[in-house]
Design a protein around this ligand. Structure first.
Ligand code: HC1
Ligand code: SF4
Length: 575
């Protein structure tokens, strides 16, 4: 322990801490833009400049280590003017279209400009934008707009350290510098898996999802259309953050009320098809066990993961479960079974999903995800887009009463709810598979597969056999696991993979948590707890106990892996 002095007051510190760390621990404000803990710590924006006694130049607080007796000033006129000038310089190449920006509500750059009352006192320039900025929307699901980019590098580092793919780079030099896939590549052919980690790291609106709000607005006003919306497990665990609720607040009831207030005709819950997925995937697993099938079997619900596998590890395609994701199963039911029930021509049904994910937009467009030229899911709105739609319609989200959706395709068990957290799909599958194989009531909780460790392994005794499972999340861990699997002698039976660390609760379409708050809170843990709390309180906690899933089989699908189930609920993969 050492002592340092900040702005005239003494503080205890550890010699391995930076000035920024000690300041933030003690609630002393130092501005920051490019610094993102564990992801981008190699400061270059110079906004965290502070004065250190005895030093001629100002020092970047994010990478200057504290020393015993150090005296630091964070906010005198010289520091203030320097930070202001550095901020002003960043305004020169920024296209201020704040009214239509995806970060209208939480732009870290705009927050700083306001905090420092930037009025171009120093540089006499403002928004000297040439029209030649790099703009990339070839993927149809994600946009890079360098006219909003402050070149902080957070996205480049996130792509490297979180997806493990290093798709994004700084291209060109000088004032032509822009961030994008390596030169001459379009996003669509760059190997990007649409995990959206770059978007979550961006402090401005330079990276964003392709916005589908406009067509939804139009369809809501079209009396000939019936909109059926499904809601992913993880959306309810994070949407509240967009409306000022603390991270880790369950807003499921208000979410359904918001859909009703928007005039959505029919609501279903992706949690329902998560339960259905367990029936199909569990049956597939048991079949592989009993018929010497391909092991380990891999889960197939996370499209970021599927993209990564198809692009980089196609040799493992036979290991994938043939199950479509719950999103696509729901879409297929909406366009067949539900359309019939509603007595609406399938051409007039619009199937919309609310997802915490960018890759779900791309999954929905896959040609095999539909039939007779009709896609099962027409539009995917991220949690962020949905919040924007609510705000634009002037719905007072915080004062909405809680409500429930109606209809059988919205009931779910605790097992369906936990799909959105890493380990959730595995735990849900184990609850059902163990009970079917052991032919008796088995345990509910499989704690060993929970938590944020990137690769979790466990062995369970099921029907007298050791079943080895693993749970892997995030691009980096996925690559590490698959690389080691090639040489491993261990017989794994079942592996859950999720493209994002933490699973869908930390998906690329979830509310963006500002850099400072990412340091302060364990976002993944808090959001996951919402889902585990829903599960703990549920009366039914195993997918095979969902009576409406049973009814769906009785009325329509017959049994897991029936011909009809195969047609609607299973898929193939691209090489
Ligand atoms: Fe997910 Fe899934 S859990 S993939 O993370 O299997 O996106 O939430 O909807 O489809 O159910 C996402 C979440 C989601 C699917 C389910
Ligand atoms: Fe990289 Fe993921 Fe962003 Fe694609 S979506 S550029 S893989 S971080």
């Amino acid at each position: 322990q050492i002592k340092i002095n900040i702005n005239g007051l003494d503080y205890d510190a550890n010699p391995n801490e930076t000035i920024l760390q000690v300041a933030e621990k003690n609630d002393i404000y130092i501005p920051r833009l490019c610094f993102l803990k564990d992801i981008h710590e190699d400061g270059n924006c110079r906004l965290c400049s502070v004065k250190v006694e005895g030093q001629v130049n100002l020092k970047p607080a994010c990478k200057t280590m504290v020393e015993d007796g150090m005296k630091i000033i964070t906010d005198d006129q010289e520091v203030y003017d320097t930070v202001s000038m550095n901020l002003e310089l960043l305004t020169h190449r920024h296209n201020f279209e704040c009214f239509k920006c995806s970060r209208e509500n939480n732009c870290e750059f705009l927050d700083l400009l306001r905090r420092y009352s930037i009025d171009n006192e120093f540089t006499n320039m403002y928004g000297d934008i040439d029209s030649d900025f790099y703009y990339q929307d070839s993927s149809g699901v994600m946009i890079i707009d360098s006219s909003k980019c402050v070149l902080c590098g957070r996205c480049v580092s996130a792509c490297e350290k979180q997806s493990g793919l290093s798709i994004l780079h700084f291209n060109e030099r000088g004032n032509k510098t822009y961030v994008g896939p390596a030169q001459f590549h379009e996003l669509a052919d760059s190997g990007c898996i649409y995990c959206g980690k770059c978007i979550g790291a961006c402090p401005t609106g330079a990276l964003r999802e392709s916005d589908d709000i406009k067509p939804i607005e139009r369809l809501l006003r079209d009396p000939s259309k019936t909109l059926v919306v499904q809601v992913a497990p993880a959306v309810r665990a994070a949407l509240g953050e967009e409306f000022g609720y603390p991270i880790g607040t369950n807003v499921e009831g208000k979410l359904f009320s918001a859909l009703k207030a928007l005039g959505i005709h029919e609501i279903m819950d992706t949690n329902f098809t998560a339960d259905l997925t367990i029936m199909e995937e569990g049956t597939e697993f048991i079949h592989r066990l009993q018929h010497d099938g391909v092991f380990p079997m891999f889960t197939s619900c996370s499209p970021g993961w599927i993209n990564l596998l198809e692009l980089n590890y196609p040799e493992f395609i036979p290991n994938l479960s043939s199950c479509k994701s719950p999103q696509q199963m729901a879409g297929a039911l909406i366009k067949t079974y539900y359309a019939e029930k509603l007595e609406v021509d399938v051409k007039d049904i619009v199937s919309v999903s609310l997802m915490p994910c960018i890759a779900k937009k791309e999954e929905a467009r896959r040609p095999e995800m539909g039939r007779n030229g009709i896609q099962d899911v027409d539009y995917v709105l991220t949690t962020r887009e949905f919040s924007r739609l609510i705000r634009r319609r002037g719905i007072d989200f915080r004062n909405l009463e809680d409500s429930k959706p109606y209809g059988m395709l919205s009931s779910y068990t605790g097992a369906g709810a936990i799909f959105g957290a890493t380990g959730g799909v595995m735990e849900a599958a184990l609850r059902t598979v163990s009970e079917i194989l052991d032919k008796k009531e088995t345990q509910i909780e499989f704690q060993q597969v929970r938590g944020t460790e990137h690769i979790k392994e466990a062995t369970f005794q099921i029907a007298g056999q050791d079943i080895n499972v693993a749970v892997v999340h995030g691009g980096v861990a996925i690559q590490e696991f698959l690389d080691s699997l090639k040489d491993s002698t261990k017989q794994y039976h079942f592996v859950e993979f999720m493209g994002c660390t933490g699973g869908c609760i930390n998906g690329g379409g979830q509310p963006i948590v500002k850099a400072k708050d990412q340091d302060k809170y364990d976002v993944r843990k808090l959001r996951a707890q919402v889902l585990y709390d829903i599960d703990a309180k549920a009366t039914l906690r195993k997918s095979h106990q969902n009576e409406f899933v049973a009814k769906l089989y009785e009325d329509f699908l017959e049994k897991p892996h029936s011909k009809k189930a195969h047609e609607l609920l299973h898929t193939t993969y691209h090489k």
